[in-house]
Design a protein around this ligand. Structure first.
Ligand SMILES: Cc1ncc(COP(=O)(O)O)c(C=O)c1O
Length: 400
């Protein structure tokens, strides 16, 4: 198939929900992707934070191949040997004892929202009708997740959504005013991803925990983008000393194989009964096998400490870049999750980077987002940043 054939076939038959970057990617290795002319690109997007071990990771590939020739799927009607193992590892990492497996981040959020509602139903408390979410939040595109997503243009065409969601700024006073004994749950991303790489401040995190403790509202922490090692911590809520009742995970977990999970604390787990929720595919053998390989790399092969080190290098280099370029008005993030906010045309910078065969993407209008594989080396990060700096300089009219 020629590149033009790919474009034409898609244009005729794939629903036009994505305006794609006009390249056709056909293979990958490590932090590199190759197009159909075999041109090499450095990938700081990693499939939006998914290819956590890089592309074509040999250990992952071998495990997937072996699993594919053993058993791929049985449904949740029967036991298989991998789901419990994966849940046990996630429990050890998160401190929340039980997992519900699904296939995406949105489904994980959806499950958390349902389990929160189910908890209050079991308590017989019909007055807990409200959900509190933060301004700039992104929790996904299914109805529940979308209802707690801040961006108005995503929500408006799909109204009416799930009712009684209040959006508040990530500030102590606003949280205190919004959360009451009518609040079912508060949902937060410890670092907002799509909203522009905005970490919760430690002060806001303390207020958040306090209002949850004072009112009994459940705390749902959405770690779909920032969790599972991306910041150098197993989960970023741990760095903020939050105590979630529910955690949504996805993206990095399957290292490219679709899997999500709602991690559930004891209090909520006790309220869930057979048949309350389900998924045909959720937690099948192939997905669990991939996730087990990822977690083994993360925990047993020092990937976490590696990400912490890369985070230090990244912070220094990004701050230096910001000093050199007046158009860079802020850099935010941790580990291998960074946002570079500019006051020039961020889309033009992404295009200029692409011309240099560097893949980055733009979020929240003015933020260049970096989400490389967790395995990126310091040298690879520095080299990519040099290329990105040239693209930023282009955006300033060539000044560097
Ligand atoms: C924080 C957060 N939650 C939920 C989602 C939705 O995940 P998915 O696209 O896998 O449904 C995303 C996706 O970007 C996300 O960043």
């Amino acid at each position: 198939m020629t590149t033009k054939d790919v474009f034409d076939t898609e244009a005729a038959h794939v629903l036009q929900t994505y305006k794609r970057v006009p390249i056709v990617l056909s293979r990958g290795r490590g932090i590199h992707l190759y197009d159909d002319d075999d041109l090499e690109y450095t990938d700081l997007v990693s499939g939006i934070g998914v290819a956590s071990l890089g592309h074509a990771h040999p250990g992952l590939a071998a495990a997937i191949a072996e699993q594919a020739t053993t058993l791929v799927h049985t449904s949740n009607l029967y036991f298989h040997p991998l789901q419990g193992q994966l849940a046990a590892r996630l429990a050890k990492l998160s401190g929340l004892p039980r997992s519900f497996f699904c296939n995406s981040g949105s489904e994980a959020v959806e499950a958390c929202l349902k389990f929160a509602r189910r908890y209050w139903h079991t308590q017989g408390d019909a007055s807990r009708t409200e959900i509190v979410a933060l301004e700039h939040s992104f929790h996904g595109r299914t109805f529940g997740a979308l209802s707690t997503t801040w961006e108005e243009s995503y929500r408006t065409p799909f109204k009416p959504l799930v009712p009684n969601v209040k959006f508040v700024p990530a500030e102590a006073d606003a949280l205190t005013a919004a959360v009451s004994d009518r609040t079912q749950a508060i949902i937060v991303e410890p670092i907002q991803g799509e909203g522009g790489i905005r970490p919760l401040s430690p002060e806001t995190a303390r207020s958040l925990q306090r209002v949850c403790d004072d009112t009994g509202a459940l705390l749902i922490v959405d770690e779909v983008q920032c969790g599972l090692g991306r910041t150098g911590h197993p989960f970023y809520f741990q760095a903020l000393e939050l105590q979630p009742d529910l955690i949504s995970v996805g993206k990095a977990l399957g290292a490219g194989v679709p899997i999500g999970a709602a991690l559930v604390g004891e209090r909520v787990a006790a309220a869930i009964a057979y048949g309350d929720h389900g998924s045909t595919y959720g937690g099948n053998l192939l997905a669990c096998r991939a996730a087990l390989v990822f977690l083994e790399e993360l925990m047993d092969h020092e990937l976490l400490s590696h990400v912490l080190k890369i985070g230090d290098v990244a912070r220094q280099q990004l701050q230096a870049l910001a000093h050199r370029h007046a158009s860079v008005i802020d850099v935010r993030g941790a580990g291998v999750m960074w946002g570079i906010e500019v006051n020039t045309d961020a889309a033009a910078i992404v295009t200029a980077a692409l011309q240099r065969r560097l893949l980055v993407n733009r979020t929240a209008g003015s933020v260049i987002r970096l989400l490389p594989p967790l395995t990126i080396t310091a040298d690879q990060f520095s080299a990519a940043l040099k290329t990105l700096e040239a693209a930023v300089a282009d955006g300033e009219g060539g000044a560097s």
